[in-house]
Design a protein around this ligand. Structure first.
Ligand code: SF4
Length: 345
């Protein structure tokens, strides 16, 4: 896409580009799982909920033959369905079984880890305080593992409403994509109320969420404006805007595409921070950088907070079928992957 260039305006205008940004290992795996399923079984392949919370990813997969549904009951009997990276409650597996669906579970292994923690603490009869956003798919899935034992705590202000059966047997867990700082504040308030509160066995907020927030924190104070590429229903993307504003950026916005940038946001701005949520293909960030360059922001400096190399294997049921068909089960985008096929709208 070509943008009008403002000649002679580039002096002292710069972009700080966060790293890491964009795709995490769980999103990559989920998207490749749908791509491979389409290749192997042929369209349509049904996907329960958005495979990841990104408009561009969903519309691109739709064009290739994926059908996104809200509930398992919308999938025709005997068809193939992929469960999204956010995870599902056990009842959803039951529903799929009743409809004789072929299921591919693309739940991120780091979400599965939280599910297992919930099951284990419920078995030991703990009250589990799940810090997360009400209505988020991941929270619904995790809560479904032990509904009798889990109480949702939706941020620090919700702590006042929390009641437990035995204050000496209580543990907190969390959604994987929260603000680290806000979650710690929620835990601090919970611990004031329940001094015996136990911590999760390991961090529930995942490495990708933490690293993307860390990079934004490192550059926030130097930015007049932060542009976060991501969809409005993407929890980790929304958090990145909040983190930027909390750490000194004057103005911050979430955009799905470069053409959502309002040129007036750039008025008087010298430094623009750019990052993207964990469900965002890099091509969308490139679109934003191209637009900014056309407006004189062509001096781009990377701010690297961490290196990431994690890669998850594809879901086991899919790997088995790929192998049987003599197809590659490697977690690698092929030439037609979203990264290359994405078109800016
Ligand atoms: S954001 Fe974290 S938990 Fe969610 S899919 Fe990515 S790696 Fe997994």
């Amino acid at each position: 896409m070509l943008w009008p260039t403002l000649v002679g305006m580039s002096e002292s205008k710069r972009v700080l580009l966060a790293a890491p940004r964009g795709y995490c290992a769980g999103v990559d795996r989920a998207v490749v799982a749908v791509e491979k399923a389409l290749e192997l079984y042929g369209p349509p392949v049904y996907v329960r909920k958005e495979i990841v919370h990104n408009k561009h990813v969903v519309t691109t997969l739709e064009k290739r033959g994926a059908i996104f549904v809200d509930e398992t009951q919308e999938v025709p009997e005997g068809a193939t369905v992929v469960f999204s990276a956010h995870g599902v409650a056990p009842v959803v597996h039951e529903e799929a079984k009743q409809l004789s669906l072929k299921t591919i579970d693309a739940t991120c292994p780091l979400v599965t880890k939280v599910h297992r923690e919930a099951v284990r603490f419920a078995k030991d009869d703990y009250d589990i305080l799940l810090i997360g956003h009400e209505g988020h798919e991941e929270v619904i899935g995790t809560s479904g593992e032990a509904p009798e034992h889990i109480t949702l705590v939706d941020g620090p202000d919700d702590v006042a409403n929390v009641e437990v059966r035995d204050p000496d047997k209580v543990v907190w867990l969390s959604q994987t994509t929260l603000s680290v700082d806000e979650t710690m504040e929620t835990v601090r308030r919970l611990r004031e109320k329940f001094p015996a509160l136990q911590d999760p066995p390991s961090d529930d907020i995942c490495y990708a969420t933490q690293n993307r927030q860390l990079a934004v924190k490192q550059m926030a104070a130097d930015c007049d404006l932060m542009i976060v590429v991501g969809s409005r229903n993407s929890s980790n993307s929304v958090r990145l805007v909040e983190v930027a504003l909390e750490h000194g950026t004057k103005d911050g916005h979430l955009v799905d595409y470069a053409d959502e940038i309002d040129p007036t946001w750039l008025d008087g701005v010298r430094t623009v921070g750019v990052t993207s949520g964990a469900s965002v293909p890099e091509i969308l960030v490139r679109g934003v950088l191209d637009y900014l360059a056309s407006q004189g922001f062509d001096d781009v400096t990377a701010i690297t907070a961490a290196e990431e190399s994690l890669l998850f294997a594809l879901p086991m049921e899919l790997r088995k079928d790929l192998k049987a068909a003599g197809m590659s089960d490697k977690m690698k985008h092929d030439a037609s992957s979203l990264e290359d096929a994405g078109q800016l709208h």
